[in-house]
Design a protein around this ligand. Structure first.
Ligand code: 4AD
Ligand code: MG
Length: 430
């Protein structure tokens, strides 16, 4: 008998098939048992009628506990009233294991309790839906950059130098030397852009963030494109097109999952180009008009970002930040060197910054000066400086935080549910 995945069950109506999975839930009315079975791809209600199967099978089904593993065989029927649209008339049942008392029941559990059991929590319907949306964002990312002739170049994870400041580095021994876990693949993407024109990397990045917020993970995934001969405006165009594509693909391919997590879909349907583009100066004015005691030159906190973004129904670019508060590699605005040609993209609904990016310094003397000013160990940046010696060109790129984006698109209260196994300031288990 053919084993089928529940995702494809609709192609087998009227036929007898085999399903391999786990018992999600069950109820019984004496002569009929209803088994809700999940196989990782979907769920189905199996119906077991006492008069239609052997006594052993009917009795065995009664012993099934939540998350017991099993193989069932049965005939697929259309059932418009059920969640999946199909039902299985069970003819045979094989139990692989009767699961011990499952710690996650339909009742309410606290978040810490669930995070301690993240390895099991992933099986729950809502968490399952979030991970499928995350998977869709990754697939859509690959399609987006492939279709535009970007080359995927992997950045190293063990690195000798920092990208985003030395205060959030995770340090590790590297034989007789020290190494750091990568904060960003950007510097390597700049090298790759000079070799391939348009490139991107997608990998885990690490930051020892000492503050406990709902927007920070110690380990997160970043998509980092880098393009030779691209300026800040072109860089924002690319981000806008990419973010719109991500949202559209989720709306198109993961509608059922958005419903499972009860996401307000109208908020996502509003995400269309063009996105507003405001300067840091204008953003400061918005804060001051909203009664925030904010000085020009300070960096935005999470609360500030929320106020700025709440003025708009779609993501907003904030560009030309003060040079002082941005990373060493940012290209100053030639007309106003006190600000840089960089931008952040702030998501709506209080999700804050999902992208950081901009033009990179391409001048040899200036990059050397900045490395000095930022007290960075020059010997570790020699290769990076080389890029300004051999055919330097203006170039731009950005980094989109995957978990921030998952969190926004799914409407989650905290980043910990946007990643399979979150690494937080107080958590490295499971
Ligand atoms: O703004 P960031 O620090 O920019 C960079 O790392 C650049 N080098 C990227 C580039 O231009 N290639 O980080 C980029 C994005 C942020 O906008 C945010 O979405 C995410 O990475 N991010 C985090 N996500 C989760 N937890 C953290 N601790 C994060 N820190 C940054
Ligand atoms: Mg940033």
């Amino acid at each position: 008998m053919e084993h089928v995945y529940l995702k494809h069950i609709g192609e087998h109506v009227g036929k007898e098939v085999e399903i391999r999975g786990w018992l999600y839930n069950k109820r019984s009315s004496g002569k009929i048992q209803f088994l809700i079975i999940r196989d990782g791809t979907d769920m189905i209600q199996g119906v077991l009628v006492k008069s239609e199967v052997s006594e052993e099978i009917f009795a065995a089904a009664k012993t099934l506990t939540q998350e017991s593993s099993l193989v069932v065989r049965g005939v697929v029927r259309e059932e418009p009233r059920s969640l999946s649209g199909y039902e299985l008339s069970i003819t045979d049942l094989e139990i692989i294991q009767i699961a011990e008392d499952y710690p996650i029941t339909p009742k309410e559990h606290g978040v810490e309790y669930l995070m301690d059991r993240r390895h099991l929590w992933l099986r729950s319907q809502k968490q399952h839906a979030i991970m499928l949306i995350r998977d869709e964002l990754i697939k859509a990312t690959r399609r987006f950059f492939d279709e535009r002739d970007f080359v995927l170049i992997d950045a190293p994870i063990l690195t000798p130098a920092s990208v985003e400041g030395t205060s959030t580095l995770f340090e590790t021994d590297y034989f007789d030397d020290k190494a750091y876990l990568s904060q960003s693949g950007q510097l390597y993407m700049e090298a790759a852009a000079m070799a391939f024109g348009k490139v991107y990397c997608f990998g885990p990045t690490f930051r020892a963030e000492k503050s406990k917020t709902r927007r920070h993970l110690m380990e997160f995934w970043m998509i980092e494109p880098e393009v030779a001969f691209l300026d800040m405006d072109g860089n924002m165009d690319l981000q806008e097109e990419y973010v719109c594509y991500l949202v559209q693909q989720v709306l198109q391919n993961r509608r059922k999952e958005l419903e499972i997590i009860e996401r307000d879909i109208s908020k996502l349907e509003a995400i269309v180009a063009p996105f507003p583009r405001i300067s840091y100066d204008e953003a400061v004015k918005i804060l001051q008009e909203n009664g925030v005691d904010f000085k020009w030159g300070d960096d935005f906190g999470g609360g500030d970002e929320t106020i700025i973004a709440s003025q708009f129904d779609r993501p907003v670019f904030v560009h030309r930040y003060p040079t002082e508060i941005k990373a060493f590699y940012m290209q100053p605005d030639p007309e106003r060197p006190e600000v840089v040609l960089g931008s952040d993209l702030l998501a709506p609904e209080g999700y804050g910054e999902i992208i950081g990016g901009g033009e990179r310094i391409h001048d040899l003397d200036l990059i050397r000066q900045r490395i000095k000013e930022h007290n960075l160990p020059e010997e570790h940046y020699e290769w990076y400086v080389d890029l300004r010696r051999y055919g330097t060109v203006p170039h731009s790129g950005f980094g989109l935080g995957l978990e921030r984006t998952v969190s926004w698109i799914c409407g989650l209260p905290h980043l910990r549910e946007a990643v399979p196994f979150a690494r937080l300031i107080n958590r490295i288990y499971p």
